[in-house]
Ligand binder design. Structure first.
Ligand code: AMP
Ligand code: MG
Length: 345
């Protein structure tokens, strides 16, 4: 995925340049955090201090939430799995755990942050990715159950009830960080900014000329091209796709978004899901969830809610755009074999 960031950035930067040619140079930073490349561009006057504060916020959250950092809060929680300890945690970590548990209820069987042992069985946490043996996978699957993650918000603490269980916040941490960074920027008076936290693009306000940001959704089959371009203001577009992290074995491709019911990469008929919402954490969690759910269930769920819109790219080359985006989206410039449809409520 990191390979293709320059393209996305390029589109965003172009959008900024063409729309606001006389604007002052934005304050900008590109850095590596949460295992991905991130960029922040602040267009408001005097944005450098705000940008540094937002970056520090994200890097601080990475330290709290990383599963591979032995000193993180998540490592602390994981290290006490099954020993009965209610582990005292930072308030915001507890809130995030509580939110992640609630997402598991929204679309049952699709989202579970206790998926970590299965990610390990596939080797996704290392560079040695491989298809696990049936035995190893079955053993890992006995440890996946967010019902056995107790979150006590009043006590600001959590507990994993079974030895060997582990939490992995990879599906929500970037969206959570985007929400916090967005808040920090706004507290500092920023009214025009773009954050790209590894495929979660958050827009603050509009471009300096008052027009909407233009955010490209990548073509999952040709990630240096856009599937469509969205006009966004004060919203996040979060994309989950099998193309982001995968390996090949015996001619088969295996990606990193796991169906918690099978332990195998989700094969729901989708190549990518982009969720657009004013809530970055919700956008991130739902993009992963609805990728597992598949197109029909994703659209049913969208019809039951008012707080997000969708761009779905299906394996049979359909691009389904929900009606709330209709006025502000443009399909790919050239024909690459996709048919575009608007889903209605
Ligand atoms: P995202 O890129 O936001 O879709 O998140 C993908 C990451 O979330 C993976 O790399 C895993 O760390 C984790 N993950 C994979 N499958 C699931 C799942 N079904 N529920 C929750 N987290 C998952
Ligand atoms: Mg996600």
């Amino acid at each position: 995925m990191k390979r293709f960031l320059p393209f996305l950035c390029c589109l965003l930067f172009l959008a900024g340049c063409t729309a606001a040619p006389d604007a002052a140079e934005p304050a900008q930073a590109q850095f590596f955090s949460m295992d991905t490349v991130m960029s922040i561009r602040v267009y408001s006057e005097g944005g450098e201090d705000a940008l540094q504060a937002a970056r520090q916020e994200i890097e601080g959250l990475d330290k709290l939430l990383s599963r591979t950092d032995p000193d993180s809060q998540i490592s602390l929680l994981n290290s006490h799995a099954g020993d009965g300890t209610l582990v005292a945690l930072d308030d915001q970590v507890v809130q995030l755990l509580s939110f992640a548990k609630s997402v598991s209820q929204l679309v049952p069987g699709c989202f579970d942050i206790t998926i970590a042992p299965v990610m390990d069985a596939w080797g996704f946490t290392t560079e040695e990715r491989h298809v696990p043996s049936a035995q190893d996978l079955a053993a890992a699957m006995t440890l996946v159950d967010s019902g056995k993650l107790t979150v006590d918000e009043a006590a600001s603490a959590a507990r994993l009830e079974q030895a060997g269980m582990e939490v992995d916040l990879g599906a929500v941490a970037k969206g959570f960080a985007a929400g916090r960074a967005d808040a920090v920027l706004r507290e500092q008076g920023v009214t025009s900014a773009l954050l790209d936290l590894g495929g979660n693009v958050t827009t603050i306000g509009s471009k300096l000329d008052g027009s909407a940001w233009q955010v490209a959704v990548k073509d999952p089959q040709n990630t240096s091209e856009a599937l469509c371009v969205l006009s966004l203001e004060d919203q996040t577009a979060s994309t989950s796709g099998g193309y982001e992290r995968y390996f090949e074995e015996n001619g088969q491709t295996y990606h990193h978004i796991i169906d918690p019911e099978t332990g195998y990469p989700a094969g729901s008929g989708l190549l990518s899901v982009t969720v657009i919402s004013s809530d970055p954490m919700l956008a991130d969690a739902l993009s992963t969830t609805l990728f597992v759910a598949g197109p029909e269930e994703a659209l049913d769920f969208w019809r039951s809610r008012e707080d997000f819109e969708l761009v779905l790219c299906t394996q049979d080359n359909r691009v389904i755009v929900t009606e709330g985006l209709e006025a502000g989206y443009r399909p790919a410039a050239e024909d690459r074999g996709y048919t575009y449809e608007i889903a209605r409520r």
